[in-house]
Write a protein that binds this ligand. Structure first.
Ligand code: ADP
Ligand code: MG
Length: 386
């Protein structure tokens, strides 16, 4: 039988996480610092999370034997990866607490279901059409061009997407994706991108983190800025309200992120949902009273949620593998000593064996009471790493 929601798991017990990437690794660190043990379930050996967890099960996500083995270690499982098959979450949920639930993750892992769900909650999304066949594509209104064709499943960091100016380009892109189900979205004039990271506990209690402004380069998050660039409190509240509505509509328990676009006319459009901590919430590790990963631990354990106050203005900068190839063809370790010489800079590296261009290797949080100092040191970090 799964754990009743009101059962609290105390430190010393073992929590489970599906996925062994950097998000899983930071979950492990948060859990371990509170005295929990962690079991990581991940298909590959020597993963960022697997190498720091107390226990590890290496198996593919749909391997029942592996999932059963996971249940030998723990009766509470969360995820760091939205593409875990919903059937596997369902299987685990017969014997364990699984948060977020299979049903919630199933909606979020399919852009078609996700967009329809968000719109059903009365929240604006970009104008879009579901594309399942070439015939669907040939019928889309011309107002969706220029647009972005996005594969419904398994996209991340701008992968599985094509910017298309015309129907002909869209047809070509759809074919190159292998005619898998897609959404075609109108390209919107973005003024800013923001995200709301929040946590919802088993009693329906909700906390939201301060809203950060995100910048992307080549479809990959590059930076999040919090407490410096002002966003109007009306926009911030609108985004938070929408995120909370989405979470309660999904009957969601856990940490969730909703990405929003702010358009030229200040309207707020929901882009996508992540059923887990998010890259744009990494700033919380050094800038908030509770980090997004500690919050994930607290929800899963049935503990009270932590306070989310911002302690100081902060910039989070992602570190990609490109920083290993600044002036050489062969991978060379960046000048970490120079980075760490700057005040208020916190380095987080994910323990990935090989640096590759475009691969997320870590991030730095630059924290300072004075927003001008944050900007100043962020520029210096960028100069060292780029
Ligand atoms: P991913 O899963 O790769 O994060 P997103 O849907 O968030 O996919 O798209 C990645 C980025 O592409 C967004 O952060 C935004 O910068 C840009 N983008 C996506 N959709 C649109 C759109 N409809 N209009 C303008 N820009 C968009
Ligand atoms: Mg995104």
């Amino acid at each position: 039988q799964p754990l009743p929601y009101n059962t609290v798991l105390h430190p010393g017990q073992t929590l489970g996480i599906l996925g062994g990437g950097q998000l899983g690794r930071m979950f492990c660190h948060a859990a371990q610092s509170m005295g929990y043990k962690v079991v990581v379930f991940e298909p590959h050996m020597a993963s960022p999370a697997g190498s720091v967890a107390e226990y590890e099960v290496v198996a593919s996500y749909d391997d029942e034997e592996g999932l059963t083995k996971l249940l030998d270690y723990t009766n509470a499982v969360t995820t760091e990866f939205e593409n875990v098959p919903a059937t596997s979450l369902k299987y685990l949920s017969m014997q364990a607490r699984v948060s977020p639930s299979a049903a919630a993750v199933a909606v979020v892992q399919d852009r078609i279901a996700e967009k329809a769900f968000i719109a059903s909650q009365g929240i604006d999304v970009a104008p879009y059409a579901e594309i399942r066949t070439l015939a669907d594509l040939e019928q889309v209104p011309t107002t969706l061009f220029p647009g972005i064709l996005k594969a419904a499943r398994l996209g991340y960091d701008g992968k599985g997407q094509a910017r298309v100016k015309t129907l002909d380009e869209a047809v070509e892109a759809f074919k190159s994706f292998g005619e898998v189900p897609c959404v075609l979205e109108a390209m919107l004039p973005l003024k800013k991108e923001i995200s709301v990271v929040m946590a919802r506990g088993f009693s329906g209690d909700v906390v939201t983190f301060p809203v950060g402004v995100n910048t992307h380069i080549n479809g990959i998050l590059s930076s999040s800025v919090v407490g410096i660039e002002s966003i109007s409190s009306i926009i911030e509240q609108k985004a938070k309200d929408a995120a909370i509505k989405i979470a309660s509509g999904l009957n969601y328990f856990g940490v969730m992120c909703v990405e929003f676009f702010i358009l030229e006319d200040d309207s707020v459009v929901a882009n996508e949902i992540a059923p887990r901590p998010h890259n744009s919430g990494h700033y919380t590790m050094n800038a908030c009273l509770t980090s997004q990963f500690e919050q994930q631990v607290r929800v899963l354990a049935g503990m009270p949620l932590g306070a989310t106050d911002l302690l100081a203005p902060t910039i989070m900068l992602n570190i990609l593998g490109d920083s290993w190839f600044i002036d050489s063809q062969e991978a060379k370790e960046p000048d970490w000593d120079k980075v760490l010489a700057l005040p208020g800079v916190h380095l987080h590296l994910y323990g990935k064996a090989e640096a590759r261009k475009g691969r997320k290797m870590g991030h730095v949080n630059i924290v300072n009471k004075d927003p001008q100092q944050v900007l100043h040191y962020a520029r210096q970090v960028s100069e060292i790493l780029h």
